[in-house]
Design a protein around this ligand. Structure first.
Ligand SMILES: Cc1ncc(COP(=O)(O)O)c(C=O)c1O
Length: 392
């Protein structure tokens, strides 16, 4: 299948599994089929009006030209405020890079540091792009397998067993996509204990879902808990998920100066600055009112409860209760005989019945699928009815 002109790096990666399913659902819908898409990871809520107004004002005010490659000072200051206020991470605006979505920040950090044969520990099930980016960079993905009965969280000893002198990164994502796993403070302190014994290991802390935490404990993140490790932690955040701004394409990251500089070097030769208009919107997102987040969180929590209950009522399906984000990672093992033990066939079967989901194998899992519950109640009710019918 590979074209002779494709680079070895490109040959190592596939298109994003979630995007593929979403595109397929869109094509069927355009062909007139009634398809509910629970495959995409974005809130259904409208982008807040104050953000829209700020973006319009940027357009009207002529902010339509290049900005500094790594973001405007206004947005770096707003992001530094966000890191401090919302995540407890002390950082200077100069230690922030603004990217075209959290995805670009993760791509740049890994592409700037991972060399041929370097090992990157990735807890699985994982966000689809992590292993692809590692492979693109020439690194070796070392899966750290987690299990539903442990809420898809690993223990510090599981981590330590996989660390070698070639380990360059640990990728942490809490609240996590696709499982909704949240690492509480005590577990992070245990992980930090291991990391102190292995100074060669950098940590990516992907906190993009931080406001969507349904536990009683506030969000915990490694760089805030362990300032002694902050010089090897890259914390990624943004506005895509928290502020329903996926189309704006703005992410922010903070970390040691050398890493932020390296990411900027890549960005200056790759994409250049993120959209000037989107940056103006993101300043308002971080600096404007945040009280709506509480309301959104409650609504997501109610949807989560509804979906978990509906899943558990379907014979053959099971799931732990996701503590954060807006995904439910569903096990369908008892039903897999019907689908030749291929969860892509299961996902296609559900698509035939009008619901787009993503197979667990796209996330390094197996025998199941992920749904997003970022859809309104009536849509979720109908989707769960169709899934029940398809699997009856
Ligand atoms: C875990 C995780 N990290 C990062 C991203 C990237 O988000 P963005 O849309 O800001 O690039 C996503 C989006 O799906 C995600 O699920």
């Amino acid at each position: 299948m590979s074209h002779e002109h494709l680079s070895p790096a490109l040959r190592r990666i596939a298109p994003s599994g979630t995007t593929a399913m979403t595109d397929r659902a869109t094509a069927l819908r355009e062909a007139g089929r009634d398809i509910i898409s629970l495959s995409v990871g974005e809130p259904d809520f409208r982008t807040p009006d104050n953000v829209i107004l700020a973006a319009k004002a940027a357009l009207d005010g002529g902010k339509t030209k290049y900005t500094p490659v790594t973001g405007t000072m206004a947005l770096k200051q707003a992001a530094a405020l966000h890191f401090r206020r919302d995540l407890g991470i002390a950082c200077r605006p100069e230690q922030v890079i603004v990217t075209a979505g959290g995805k670009q920040a993760i791509f740049e950090a890994l592409a700037a540091t991972v060399g041929e044969g370097d090992e990157v520990i990735v807890p699985s099930p994982w966000w689809v792009s992590y292993p692809q980016i590692v492979r693109f960079a020439g690194g070796k993905v070392v899966p750290l397998i987690t299990h539903p009965q442990h809420g898809f969280r690993f223990e510090p000893s599981d981590l330590e067993a996989l660390i070698t002198p070639r380990t360059t990164w640990l990728l942490l994502n809490s609240p996590g996509n696709p499982t909704g796993a949240v690492y509480p403070r005590d577990m992070l302190l245990g992980i930090a204990h291991v990391l102190r014994r292995h100074p060669q290991v950098l940590v990516m802390s992907d906190d993009i879902y931080a406001p969507l935490n349904y536990t009683a404990e506030p969000h915990a993140t490694l760089a805030a808990l362990c300032p002694d490790l902050a010089d090897r932690i890259c914390t990624v955040s943004g506005v895509s998920k928290s502020h329903a701004m996926t189309g704006f394409r703005i992410g922010v990251a903070t970390g040691p100066d050398w890493l932020i500089e390296a990411m900027g070097r890549l960005q200056s030769n790759g994409s250049g600055n993120p959209s000037s208009i989107s940056q103006a919107g993101a300043v308002e997102a971080f600096e404007g009112p945040q009280d709506f987040l509480q309301d959104w969180r409650e609504r997501f929590r109610a949807r989560r409860d509804k979906v978990v209950q509906a899943v558990r009522e379907i014979r053959g399906l099971s799931t732990p209760v996701p503590d954060g984000a807006f995904y439910c990672f569903i096990d369908a093992k008892p039903l897999m005989d019907r689908f030749d033990h291929d969860d892509n066939k299961l996902a296609l079967h559900l698509l035939e019945h009008g619901v787009a989901v993503v197979a667990a194998s796209a996330f390094g899992g197996r025998d199941g699928f992920r749904i997003s519950f970022a859809a309104d109640d009536a849509v979720l009710d109908e989707a769960m009815r169709r899934i029940a019918q398809a699997l009856a």
